[in-house]
Design a protein around this ligand. Sequence first.
Ligand SMILES: [Cu+2]
Length: 287
Amino acid sequence: MDVTRRNMLKGAGAALVAGTGVLHYAGKVGAQEAAAVERTPVWTRPPLEPGRRGADYQPVVTPNGASLEYRVVDGVKVYHLIVEPVRHEFAPGLRANLWGFNGRVHGPTIEAVEGDRVRIYVTNRLPAETSIHWHGVLLPSGMDGVAGLSQAPIRPGETFKYEWTFHQHGMLMYHSHHNEMTQMAMGMMGALVVHPRRAQDRRPVDRDFALVLSEWAIHAGTERPDPNEMEALNLFTINAKAFPGTAPLVVRTGDRVRIRIANPSAENHHPIHIHGHKFTVVETDGG
Ligand SMILES: [Cu+2]
């Protein structure tokens, strides 16, 4: 059978597929088609219809941040990241000149659903070359964003188009992968959340927060992080904020709360503590 994308998306509606192996396709297409897809390598499987906010996933909350907007074009979720200098305030009165995305440090959280095809345009408005690596995402090498290895760096003023289909779900990250010691020390990172497609993979919660940890070295009298400093870091942030600039995580008694924590920092470890609550580690390393 010719398993084209059109067949997959519009295939006959017999919904039930026996067995457990057929991942996203159960419920979307007929049993024969789903079985045929299952025999193909996961990387070659066609995308599904774009997952819908609310119906297919509950958005995460990024305290002090935001999720990146997208629009759907011919079945593909299209995003636009603009890399640029940002004047940022870590806490009232504590300001610095950083590099971020779309006017923010860190970048906005990118949300998608397993099976989504995404296209992410990255426009470089820095005075330096850059590239963006999608940390932990299983994708074709040319989309991996490692400048000098899988692509030429994106020069100032240029836009690069990244495109792939998500074949996994989990809490991932993105960050500069060109001169990254400097560029990540300047703030170029963000959260990437891929929601599960299948109902049985979902773990509904009342609150779902995405936190990105980072560490900085901003010497007295300066307004720009020192990217050469690897140990004497003097500013530790959550979503690029330090207390009292950090937004509280507001929850209700009895709520089931998920906290996603990423530390993409190129520099150091960042121990944190959730004071006064009991919690369980349910997933690690993007799993
Ligand atoms: Cu990484």
